[in-house]
Design a protein around this ligand. Structure first.
Ligand code: PLP
Length: 659
């Protein structure tokens, strides 16, 4: 292991010559002045207790599993230079040579305790004393991992690696590699004595609260330092809006395709189409390279083109409207229902002209709107109903799967969706002729090789993606169950927060909660900023499309859409959120509302006598338009809300107990 590690680093340094990593080693000023003094001063304070504690732990290791007591491994230090990292041994002696991905069974009882309290890292104080490490910095990486860094990521080698770091106090084990590296880069760019002290304090706190440095902290030292220094870049979200549930099944599926030799236009696509269609009780599924091209194909399959109009909502992702332009037709923007954010059927009668060919309805956040009314209205006016079900995989209306209410429907599989193929889309239809035409459009208009009967495109999904899609489809029910439990808990919790309206539940509809979008009465942007500063990803899903510079319809007003857009806020709601993360999100929203309200009341004029009550309710006063009513159907929880018991299927460590 030692030999291999050295070789890898040597190869890396040789192959890259004096690149960023090397440069980092020599660049003066890459560590702030006084960092070494902080390390040595802290070491002198810790020396006696550390030696005593180390001796006790060494004895416990010896008694349980015999020698050796230390575990040594070559790691990449500052500038990629190798050094031997010391730890207390936590694995059975047969296994201790590779601790990168330990199996639980090979960790000793003492080792488990040492890891939980992070005491196994104690001997690294010797590395700090030798100057190979610092107390705070990016964790020293395995040498082979350095070879995978891009030139920006190599920047994490500009400082000495640390015993603890920003990723450690932000829940290292729940992060992907790129996320950890982002925290490291942020540290490198923002190092200061104050930040080091904050990270050390946080480390002590997370260890004492039982999380260990692999757990996660509710405290964000960099945000606190940032508030004072006001000079740090945007905080990397700790809790992402969406997180694909990808695991061994998908990896194995891709591996099998790659070794099969058929990478496109093969059995995986055919099977994915059939399985997706069967799940929806639809006749045909046709895969596409993305949801956007699938939408365009759906319109082309209906011969919609120049001179035609298609009614679309403006509260959607832009491609609902741009696909209409792609085929040369004109999108006509319609207003929405203020509670479901879905197209208002009453708008159709108002907007229909003799050029109108179709209504392309969107199921916002995956939740269908009043589909029976839409069907009736379209039938009354002789219009085609098409569904943009990009967000709606797994949704139902009156027990019937969404995607079967219009003549055809598009589903998207980008990584924010409930199931993903990386990129990808699929059109469902029960009309054989439409399916045939969609297949021709997807593949250069060829019914058989090199015979082209219409102007087609290469809009095919690869076999690897289709194989991922099949594995994802098998997980769909489990993903939906976890999301629904999480969303149910969140709605009960937020129902107690004044100024927040949780998502509306359309009667007879089931939502897959692709998004969790609330309305914020008050300073929504302040709430959004607060969440982002606390590392919780939040977004405005979506800025109205009719107001985008690419649409000439900018004079047209859609009062409900615009009022919703001014108040909406989407917060994380993916299937892998733990109870603790859910509680953090809800607490932070509540804290943000409180802070925004206090800020507002400080800026409000002193109330006239007799108007004090009105001034004391700034949130209500802040409603930007009277168009919106609070959604009434979300029931407050009858008891003290508890985080849900649904656990992530795999991956993240066991959640903290419900508070
Ligand atoms: C409502 C809606 N329509 C269309 C699309 C476009 O799908 P894709 O990103 O797969 O092209 C999306 C996806 O983001 C969407 O949310």
């Amino acid at each position: 292991m030692v030999t291999r590690g050295r070789g890898s680093t040597g190869r890396y340094l040789t192959s890259r010559g004096r690149t960023s990593a090397d440069a980092g080693r020599d660049t003066p000023g890459t560590q702030y002045h006084g960092k070494r003094i902080l390390d040595l001063a802290t070491l002198s304070l810790l020396a006696i207790p550390a030696v005593v504690l180390g001796a006790i732990c060494a004895l416990a290791i010896w008694l349980e599993d015999g020698p050796p007591v230390f575990f040594r491994q070559v790691r990449a230090g500052r500038g990629g230079r190798p050094f031997v990292l010391l730890k207390l041994r936590t694995m059975t002696s047969a296994r201790h040579r590779s601790d990168a991905f330990p199996e639980p069974a090979s960790i000793t009882r003492t080792g488990r305790l040492l890891r939980r309290l992070s005491i196994d890292e104690l001997p690294q104080l010797i590395n700090v004393l030798r100057g190979e490490m610092s107390l705070v910095g990016p964790r020293p990486t395995l040498p082979y991992q350095v070879q995978r860094y891009d030139s920006r990521q190599l920047g994490r080698l500009r400082v000495r690696p640390g015993l603890t770091g920003l990723a450690q106090v932000h829940g290292r084990n729940r992060m992907s590699w790129p996320e950890r590296i982002e925290w490291d880069l942020r540290y490198v760019e923002n190092q200061s004595l104050r930040l080091d002290l904050a990270v050390l304090a946080c480390t002590v706190r997370v260890i004492l609260t039982g999380d260990g440095v692999a757990g996660h902290s509710r405290h964000d030292p960099i945000a606190q330092v940032a508030e004072r220094r006001c000079a740090v870049p945007e905080v990397m979200p700790r809790i992402r809006l969406a997180k694909p549930d990808i695991g061994a099944e998908e990896i194995e599926a891709v591996r099998a395709v790659l070794t099969s030799g058929t990478l496109t236009d093969g059995p995986q696509n055919a099977a994915f189409e059939r399985e997706f269609a069967d799940r929806h009780s639809a006749g045909h599924g046709v895969t596409f390279a993305s949801g956007t091209v699938a939408l365009a194909a759906m319109l082309l399959a209906e011969h919609i083109g120049p001179g035609d109009e298609v009614i679309v909502p403006s509260m959607t992702f832009v491609s609902t409207a741009t696909c209409v332009r792609h085929v040369g037709a004109t999108p006509v923007f319609a207003d929405i229902d203020p509670r479901s954010f879905n197209l208002d059927p009453a708008e159709i009668a108002r907007l229909v002209t003799r050029k109108t060919r179709a209504v392309l309805t969107v199921h916002y956040a995956g939740q269908p709107g009043e589909l029976d009314q839409l069907q009736k209205t379209c039938a009354d006016h002789g219009l085609l109903l098409l569904e943009d079900a990009a967000e709606a995989t797994g949704a139902e209306f009156r027990g019937i799967p969404v995607g079967t209410f219009g003549k055809s429907a598009m589903f998207s599989f980008t990584p924010t969706k409930n199931i993903t193929t990386g990129e990808g889309g699929l059109v469902l239809t029960s009309h054989a002729e439409t399916a045939d035409r969609l297949r021709l459009l997807r593949n250069h208009g060829q019914p058989s090789r090199y015979q082209h009967v219409l102007i087609g495109y290469n809009w095919r999904l690869t076999e690897m993606q289709a194989a991922i899609g099949r594995a994802q489809l098998r997980k769909l029910d489990a993903i939906l169950a976890r999301k629904r439990a999480n969303a149910g808990w969140m709605s009960r919790r937020l129902a107690h927060v004044p100024g927040i309206t949780p998502p509306y539940q359309v009667p007879h509809a089931s939502s897959p909660h692709m998004l969790y979008t609330c309305l914020v009465a008050g300073d929504r942007d302040a709430v959004l900023d607060h969440l982002v500063q606390r590392g919780i990803e939040a977004r405005i899903y979506f800025p109205p499309v009719h107001l985008q510079p690419i649409f000439a319809d900018r004079d047209r007003r859609l009062p409900v859409t615009e009022a919703v857009a001014a108040q909406m806020l989407s917060i994380p709601m993916h299937s892998q959120l733990t109870p603790d993360e859910l509680a953090q999100i809800a607490d932070t929203v509540e804290e943000a509302i409180g802070q925004a309200d206090r800020a507002r009341s400080r800026t409000l004029p002193t109330p006239e006598p007799g108007t004090a009550r009105a001034a004391a309710r700034p949130a209500a006063a802040a409603q930007p338009t009277p168009v919106l009513q609070p959604a009434p159907t979300v029931q407050p929880a009858p008891t003290k809300p508890l985080p849900p018991t649904v656990q992530p299927a795999a991956g993240p460590p066991a959640p903290r107990p419900a508070r």
